[in-house]
Design a protein around this ligand. Structure first.
Ligand SMILES: Nc1ncnc2c1ncn2[C@@H]1O[C@H](COP(=O)(O)OP(=O)(O)OP(=O)(O)O)[C@@H](O)[C@H]1O
Ligand SMILES: [Zn+2]
Length: 514
């Protein structure tokens, strides 16, 4: 906005035809005009419709932008995978800036827990598919944009046709499997990927497979004749997938809404630069941002693509270069076939439903002399335990437990000496928001393990079983002998199916879910 009032007196001399068009959105045919056409006063030859001149006016007049860039954007087809924390702001700015065609792929539906950061969705679209919610939002923002919504997962079956039919792909997903798949597909189609990531208070941005048609290395004579070297793909940067246990997603680790907004917006900016041919000349870089650090931004220059990369490397240097996505087992590569990694059961572990747990807590079903000393252990992180917890629980965070299950066993035995009955006298859902840290029962050998959704508690039960077996088989261990004398069979570790979410759903709907 400007306060220079000379601007107030400028008036266009629009002809009758264009005035008629001013009222509405121009047709698809209007939008197809070529930027190469000479400028004419006839309305039909304007490459944008009148309302678009007004809509995009502030960016059109930028010396570095102008009509060629605007038209390039209008002719562009952009694929956005993921309409969550990153996808929403990215789609918002791509649409507002005037990208002609946006395809959004996401298999998820809008949940209330998305609304603090996934800004295209709102109360009215909770329960709707994210792509439909995003499409409605785009139509509100800019009716000149065509949106295709695909309410299914981006996978091996649709990857090639989707990526190859778009000029650019934005990776706005939250899992490594999809990141490898998007990157590999883009390499096979010689397309670039604007990749974003956000976790906690930190975010990352990079363009993958940048300048896919350029050679791998910069010219030896230092000339820039061949342009900047081809940038790395996701596999160049991460030839090995992280172990599933080391990957934390937003629902487990939390995320700061503004950070996803920042990274998603930067993805849109980077995309707009590439689509209008303004971003190709800069070397590949990784931008890191951290909301609570100073300075909040850092940029790291990336090495060019690796010649031995399985995805984008030189075929002569690579033994089994990826050439057919159907042949690739992405789940195995990412370690997702490991049952434990998905919170699956090894079998033989005891489990309990939330209803049965409620019965125990309420009725003191196990308060018998034969079953002394039960504990109800909440394995969520300390910060989550501090948000809300069931009464009479102990907090041993899963990460501590996993780091040292044997030590955790010792801790559990110690906790038994500072006991309080796990059965409550009244309401089983008599929740507490305080950070009480000890409680137990004198009456049961069962150690009930509870988490938010019932995944970590399963793994915790397995780890503790294993640690107990290991200790029991160790001869000469005084502590184990003492323990065995106390309780010949040791503890029974019991995971609570579905965790606190199931508790809230099936036992006490007033228990807060986050
Ligand atoms: N293979 C895929 N195909 C399509 N969309 C995907 C794929 N993998 C992930 N996504 C989508 O990417 C988005 C990632 O965004 P984000 O992590 O902010 O959302 P979320 O999963 O809803 O968050 P939360 O973890 O809080 O539930 C999600 O909407 C998710 O459905
Ligand atoms: Zn590569």
């Amino acid at each position: 906005m400007s306060f220079n009032n000379t601007m107030m007196h400028r008036q266009s001399t629009a002809n009758a035809a264009s005035l008629a068009k001013q009222q509405g959105v121009c047709s698809t045919e209007d939008n197809q005009s070529s930027s190469a056409e000479p400028s004419s006063l006839a309305a039909d030859t304007y490459p944008l419709c009148l309302s678009e001149y007004t809509r995009y006016g502030r960016q059109l007049i930028l010396p570095s932008w102008g009509m060629p860039s605007q038209l390039a954007l209008k002719r562009s087809r952009v694929l956005v995978v993921g309409a969550g924390g990153l996808g929403c702001p990215a789609i918002q700015y791509l649409a507002a800036a005037g990208v002609g065609h946006i395809t959004v792929v996401d298999h998820d539906v809008v949940e209330r827990s998305n609304l603090a950061r996934q800004i295209l969705h709102d109360e009215a679209t909770v329960g709707l598919s994210k792509v439909e919610s995003a499409e409605r939002a785009v139509q509100r923002i800019n009716p000149h944009v065509r949106v295709d919504s695909i309410a299914s997962a981006f996978d091996k079956t649709n990857a090639m046709p989707l990526v190859s039919s778009h000029d650019l792909t934005l990776d706005c997903t939250d899992n490594v499997l999809t990141r490898y798949l998007i990157s590999d597909t883009a390499v096979l189609c010689s397309k670039q990927v604007v990749s974003g990531a956000a976790q906690g208070v930190e975010g990352q941005l990079m363009v993958l497979n940048k300048n896919p048609h350029n050679s791998d290395a910069a010219p030896k004579d230092g000339s820039s004749a061949a342009g900047p070297s081809r940038g790395p793909c996701y596999r160049c940067m991460f030839p090995k997938a992280p172990r599933p246990d080391d990957v934390v997603d937003c629902s487990d680790g939390g995320v700061f809404g503004g950070i996803t907004g920042l990274v998603g917006t930067l993805q849109a900016v980077e995309s707009i630069k590439l689509l209008s041919d303004m971003g190709a000349s800069t070397p590949p870089a990784l931008l890191l941002c951290s909301a609570f650090s100073y300075p909040p931004f850092r940029s790291i220059k990336l090495r060019p693509a690796r010649p031995d990369c399985r995805s984008c490397g030189n075929p002569e240097n690579v033994e089994s270069r990826i050439s057919d996505l159907a042949q690739e087992d992405y789940a195995a590569f990412c370690g997702l076939n490991d049952v434990r990694g998905q919170g699956g059961s090894r079998g033989g572990r005891d489990r309990i439903s939330v209803q049965d747990l409620a019965g125990i807590l309420q009725n003191g079903a196990e308060t018998t002399q034969a079953n002394p000393r039960s504990l109800l252990i909440d394995v969520r992180p300390k910060v989550e335990y501090g948000i809300v917890s069931l009464p009479n629980t102990c907090n041993i965070p899963y990460t501590d437990l996993r780091r040292n299950p044997s030590e955790t066993l010792r801790r559990i035995r110690t906790l038994q000496n500072s006991v309080a009955p796990i059965s409550s006298s009244g309401n089983p859902s008599n929740r507490s928001t305080s950070k009480q840290s000890t409680c137990a029962s004198k009456v049961s050998p069962s150690i009930y393990l509870l988490c938010r959704r019932g995944n970590d508690s399963q793994i915790a039960a397995d780890l503790l079983h294993e640690a107990q077996d290991e200790q029991a088989s160790t001869t000469g261990n005084e502590e184990v002998h003492t323990f065995a004398a106390q309780r010949a069979d040791g503890f029974t570790f019991v995971d609570v199916i579905g965790g606190l979410q199931a508790w809230s759903k099936e036992v006490d709907p007033s228990f807060p879910v986050y």
